[in-house]
Design a protein around this ligand. Structure first.
Ligand SMILES: C[S@@+](CC[C@H](N)C(=O)[O-])C[C@H]1O[C@@H](n2cnc3c(N)ncnc32)[C@H](O)[C@@H]1O
Length: 223
C-alpha cells in the first residue's frame, strides 16, 4: 500500500517528506479521517471569494490553528501528507463528544497530500495566497538527500506564481545550514527578503529542536 501511494510522487518529483503513516490511529481519529476530512477539502470556488492563507507541512497543526483563530475572515488551507499529523489536527479542531468542528476552526481546509499536487492542479490555477507559511521544512541534512529539500528554487518560483504583490512567504527553520541554502536558492528567483524577524508560537518540531541550534531563523519573502 505504501509503495502504491508513493508511486505518483516518483512519477512526478522526488519525495520531500519522511513518511505518510505512523502508529495506528485511534478509533476517533480514524473516524475523523474518513468522515470529516473529505468535507473540509479545499474548494476552488471559495478560493476566489475570500483571502486565502496556505500553510505547507503543518505537522500536528498547532500553528494552523493559530492562523485560523487570528484570521477569521480568511480561508486557511493546510497541506500535510503525514496522516498522523492530519489526524492530530482533526482531533484538535473538533469536539471530542460529537466530533463536530469548533466554530473558531470552520475556516480550516485540509489537503492531506503533497502540496505540489494542489499547486499543480488546474482547478486551483490563478488563485492567490496572501500568506504562505512553511515552518521547519524537513531539513534532509545528509548531502545525498539534499535534492529532497522542498524549498529549492523551482519550488520557490512555483510559490511566487501564487503570491499577490503584497503577499508574503514566511519560512522558519532551526536548521541554519538549510536556512543559508534557501538564501542561496533565492538567487535563482525574483523573491526578495523583506524581514528576518518574527514572533510566533512554538510548533511541535521547534520544541524538539533536532538541529540543536539556539533559535529558529526566519525569512519573510515577497515579490
Ligand atoms: C519537520 S516537519 C515540521 C512540521 C511542523 N511545521 C512543525 O513545525 O512542527 C515537516 C513537515 O513537512 C511535511 N512536508 C514535507 N514535504 C511536504 C510537501 N511536499 N507537501 C506538504 N507537506 C510536506 C512533512 O510531512 C512534515 O510533517
Amino acid at each position: 500500500m505504501e509503495k502504491q501511494e508513493l508511486k505518483h510522487f516518483s512519477d512526478m518529483e522526488l519525495r520531500t517528506f519522511g513518511r505518510r503513516h505512523g502508529k495506528k490511529l485511534s478509533n476517533r481519529k480514524t473516524y475523523l479521517i474518513e468522515n470529516l476530512l473529505p468535507n473540509i477539502a479545499p474548494k476552488p470556488d471559495e478560493c476566489h471569494e475570500k483571502p486565502i492563507i496556505l500553510e505547507i507541512g503543518f505537522g500536528n497543526g498547532e500553528h494552523l490553528c493559530d492562523l485560523s483563530k487570528n484570521n477569521p475572515e480568511s480561508i486557511i488551507i493546510g497541506a500535510e501528507p503525514f496522516m498522523n499529523g492530519v489526524a492530530a489536527l482533526l482531533s484538535a479542531i473538533t469536539n471530542e463528544s460529537d466530533n463536530v468542528l469548533f466554530d473558531e476552526y470552520k475556516n480550516i481546509r485540509v489537503f492531506a497530500d503533497d502540496v505540489r499536487l494542489l499547486l499543480k492542479n488546474q482547478d486551483f490555477k490563478g488563485i492567490k495566497f496572501t500568506q504562505i507559511w512553511i515552518l521547519h521544512p524537513d531539513p534532509w541534512p545528509k548531502a545525498k538527500h539534499e535534492k529532497r529539500r522542498l524549498l529549492n528554487h523551482e519550488f520557490l518560483n512555483l510559490l511566487s506564481q501564487f503570491l499577490p504583490d503584497d503577499g508574503k512567504i514566511i519560512i522558519g527553520t532551526d536548521h541554519w545550514e538549510y536556512y543559508d541554502w534557501i538564501i542561496d536558492q533565492l538567487k535563482q528567483t525574483k523573491l526578495k527578503i523583506k524581514s528576518t524577524s518574527l514572533d510566533i508560537i512554538k510548533t511541535r518540531y521547534q520544541l524538539k529542536n533536532k538541529a540543536g541550534t539556539s533559535e529558529p531563523k526566519y525569512l519573510i519573502l515577497s515579490k
